[in-house]
Ligand binder design. Structure first.
Ligand code: NAD
Length: 266
């Protein structure tokens, strides 16, 4: 059966990549592509965005869930919260790729979505989700003897920092070592003149050009260093993962599913 997918963020980099991925899959159909109200794309044909002349829908500014099996949302936190409410009210599952939620927004998102199946991930690529597992293993084996630093690089348009993926990597490492990331993360070392805090995880960030997304976690111990690096070559890595997640959760009961569930890593 074909899965009918609505995609938000029609003018966004990820929204467009997801729309292309949905249209390209034989068992998914793009039934709705939603732009924010006032966008110049509203009313235009989605065919040019997805690169397929057979796509007959026009970009809309309203999320109509009547003939929709699932929604994929990569937009902004405030817009994702509105979309999540609509999905919960209509009993429609949702895949959320938006990052940068505050703790309060994240709590609101989780309680809003309690009645439906949902998959939220800071990074939908296969490689990054596998990296979480590798990082957990590395942290268990050499974390206690290592200085751990996480560096991430993204394009100049990204507004949240460190990236959701860098934070998720930090959490994978901290959890494996029995700590809370909040207690051991160091985001800024400019305020104090002191040597490195043992047991901390340092974060550094690059914002430049059109870098799609690079993450490196360094474990530096006496006499050796281990680096685990992931580089995304294009947004298709995230878009394809989001579509895979949509197919996985579409017929699942209400609940929070992770990319580890989707990839069989749980
Ligand atoms: P972007 O700025 O290119 O796009 C965001 C889009 O959301 C904009 O086009 C904006 O018009 C649109 N939008 C805002 N309000 C809307 C509304 N009410 N209805 C419809 N559209 C609305 O950003 P991007 O690079 O596409 O990234 C979007 C989000 O996805 C960010 O939070 C980013 O960090 C995240 N992201 C997640 C992953 C992942 O794998 N989880 C990967 C890449 C990016």
């Amino acid at each position: 059966m074909t899965l009918r997918v609505a995609v938000t963020g029609a003018s966004g980099r990820m929204g467009q990549a997801v729309a292309r991925a949905v249209a390209a899959e034989p068992d998914t159909e793009l039934v709705s592509l939603v732009a924010r109200p006032g966008s110049s794309l509203v009313g235009t044909s989605a065919a040019s965005i997805v690169g397929d002349k057979r796509c007959a829908i026009a970009v809309s500014d309203t999320l109509d869930l009547q003939s929709t099996d699932i929604v994929i949302d990569f937009t902004l936190p405030e817009s994702s919260l509105v979309t999540a409410s609509a999905c919960a009210a209509a009993g429609i599952p949702i895949v959320i790729g938006t990052t940068g939620f505050t703790a309060a927004e994240q709590a609101e998102l989780e309680s809003t979505l309690a009645p439906v199946a949902r998959c939220q991930a800071a990074n939908f690529s296969m490689g990054v989700n596998l990296a979480y597992r590798l990082l957990s293993l590395a942290a268990k084996v050499m974390g206690a003897e290592s200085d751990i630093e996480i560096h991430e690089a993204h394009h100049k348009h990204k507004i949240d920092a460190p990236s959701g993926t860098a934070l998720a990597m930090g959490r994978a490492v901290a959890d494996a070592m029995g700590h809370s990331l909040d207690d051991i993360a160091r985001y800024d070392r400019s305020a104090k003149r002191e040597v490195r805090d043992p047991g901390s995880i340092g974060f550094s960030v690059t914002r430049a050009g059109e870098i799609v997304g690079e993450h490196t976690v360094l474990f530096a111990s006496e006499g050796e260093q281990l680096e685990i690096t992931h580089k995304a070559g294009s947004r298709d890595a995230f878009a394809n993962g989001a579509v895979r997640a949509a197919k996985f959760i579409a017929s699942k009961p209400a609940g929070a599913y992770t990319m580890a569930d989707v990839l069989g890593l749980s």
